[in-house]
Design a binder for this molecule. Structure first.
Ligand code: AYL
Length: 534
């Protein structure tokens, strides 16, 4: 049974991402497009258009063109959107690298994506340089400058002619973020111009834009598709101002909301936890906030309510105050498939979406809920694996037909690996996850990737990783079950120290248990259920 969206369809403009996202920027002139949340440094909408044109021209002059992959390894700054849209306007494909990655992880992505150029910042060079050597990438841009590399200034002052590549938005890729999907190692997620344009267009009818302009706080990273689509592209397409912060620091976050009169925050559950509980929150005026949307991991219903009532009380706004709500998505969905509309924009006329719900399927988004036991559609009101079909569904995984066909079926359904229910009004709630993926503070942790690194240690004969829920923090902690190699006496501390060097902090092994044998099926598949049951 196909569950249609409750919203009318929207038109998806058949244009490239920069043309769509920056459409209003030309008229907006001196209005701020990007503001550094710490220093106040600003790029206006008019400047943004000019810089994007120059960045694209400079890439073209360097010999980069349609389909070439440019890797970007940078924290959030006001220049990140210039780099992304410059790459897109040149017809190239931006592959974003997590700021916390180790040289090994960076090298894997550079190699796998076949990146031709790396764009980074000088504080990241100690990790970027060894990764480039390992991956054989030689072309480097260091935004704030470094010896032997071009800087942003060099690129923006190019005299090269503007470029206008011949793109087909429906088939040409614009970004290649990495995701492990339902199983295995991280894979390049092929997202087209149309995917990204669609996702901003699909969300638009759910938003009641403030007449005097929206200001969006961009603390979630632009290197994740959530930050790229929802914070950067959506915020700019609205003609709003995007306030960037390089990392999450609660005090800086609260001060930026207050000083820049931020209207919209899109966050992950750990930030809502702080908003609900931390004493610092009382020291700032957050009354400009109209909505806070949480996604990327499950959010406890009572926590969402607590945050909402606390903020309303502090602002003295009552029922008309800020709303806390959830959205749901996946890198493979560009990323949003479900979200909660602003007050008054419900497709079924009801007032409130329950806080535990991720809201409605977006316009143009069809769903199915499939009973994993039978492979049939779940009965009305029953849980099932969520399948999604729509214009935001990825083109596939890069160079990986098997993983693509395992996830995306012949009829265009993306099998999410999440279990959901839908109520009679069309509101979805995510209730479980049946894929391997572990989420730590909203970031992906892929068990197969950690297992491969663990087995690379000579003292470890076999390894299996699962997530275990920590009751206190509500987080899932990556736990390794390890079989020592014959004669090895490797300890828990040694394992943790080894992993800390190899993988980014969010992927650290937080619990270790030594076992005699990893339980496996006849085909050699790790029986994670058995480990979970222990
Ligand atoms: P990825 N509740 C429960 N689980 C969630 C939720 C949610 N609200 N949102 C995401 N997940 C989990 O690729 C789920 O298991 O993208 C899903 O398959 O890093 C996985 O995270 C995808 O992880 C939004 C809302 C972006 C959500 C997103 C998701 C970005 C995370 C924008 O408005």
């Amino acid at each position: 049974m196909v569950l249609a969206s409750r919203f009318p369809d929207v038109e998806i403009p058949d244009v490239a991402v920069p043309a769509y996202v920056l459409a209003r920027s030309r008229e907006l002139g001196d209005a701020p497009a990007l503001v550094d949340g710490l220093t106040g440094e600003t790029i206006t909408h008019a400047q943004l258009v000019g810089y994007v044109d120059r960045f694209a021209a400079a890439l073209h002059a360097r010999g980069l063109g349609k389909g070439d992959v440019v890797a970007v390894f940078s924290p959030n700054t006001i220049w990140f959107p210039v780099v992304f849209h410059g790459i897109a306007a040149a017809g190239c494909v931006m592959s974003p690298i997590n700021s916390l990655y180790t040289p090994d992880e960076i090298a894997f992505q550079l190699r796998d994506s076949r990146a031709k150029l790396l764009v980074t910042v000088s504080p990241f060079l100690d990790r970027a340089r060894p990764a480039m050597v390992a991956a054989g990438v030689t072309d480097l841009v260091v935004l704030d400058g470094a010896e032997g590399a071009d800087s942003l200034r060099d690129l923006l002052t190019t005299q090269a002619p503007s470029v206008d590549p011949d793109l087909d938005p429906a088939t040409d890729l614009v970004t290649l973020p990495y995701s492990s999907g339902t199983t295995g190692l991280p894979k390049g997620v092929m997202l087209t111009h149309r995917n990204l344009v669609a996702n901003v267009a699909q969300t638009r009818p759910l938003i009641d834009l403030a007449p005097d302009g929206e200001r969006i706080i961009a603390v979630l990273p632009f290197f994740h598709i959530y930050g790229l689509t929802v914070l950067m592209n959506q915020g700019l397409q609205w003609g709003g101002a995007v306030i960037t912060l390089p990392r999450f620091d609660l005090e800086q976050f609260l001060r930026a909301i207050q000083d820049h009169e931020v209207t919209r925050a899109f966050v992950a559950p750990p930030i809502l936890l702080a908003l609900a509980k931390h004493p610092l929150v009382e020291q700032f005026d957050l009354s400009s906030l109209r909505s806070i949307n949480s996604g990327a991991a499950p959010l406890d219903e009572s926590l969402a309510l607590a945050a909402q009532s606390r903020l309303r009380e502090l602002a003295g706004t009552g029922d008309e105050g800020v709303t806390v709500a959830q959205g749901y998505g996946m890198t493979e969905l560009s990323p949003v498939s479900h979200t909660t509309p602003d007050r008054g924009l419900s497709p079924v006329g009801d007032p409130d979406v329950p806080k535990g719900s991720v809201g409605y399927a977006l316009p143009g988004t069809e769903c199915r809920l499939i009973d994993p036991a039978t492979g049939e559609d779940a009965a009305a009101g029953e849980r099932g694996e969520l399948w999604v079909r729509g214009p935001q569904v990825m083109a596939g995984y890069l160079n990986n037909e098997q993983a693509t066909s395992d996830t995306l079926d012949g009829e265009g359904w993306l099998h999410t690996g999440d279990v959901a229910v839908v109520d009679e009004l069309g509101r979805y709630t995510v209730v479980d996850r049946v894929k391997e993926l572990i989420k730590y503070k909203g970031y992906q942790v892929a068990p197969a990737e950690l297992e491969a690194v663990l087995i690379g240690h000579p003292g470890i004969a076999d390894a299996a990783v699962i997530g275990v829920k920590d009751e206190e923090s509500g987080e899932e902690l990556p736990k390794a079950f390890l079989v020592r190699a014959p004669g090895s006496e490797i300890t828990e501390d040694e394992v943790k120290a080894y992993m800390a060097e190899k993988v980014a902090p969010h992927k650290k092994i937080r619990l270790v248990e030594f076992i005699e044998q990893v339980p496996k099926s006849a085909a050699g598949k790790i029986l994670r259920k058995e480990l979970r049951a222990r």
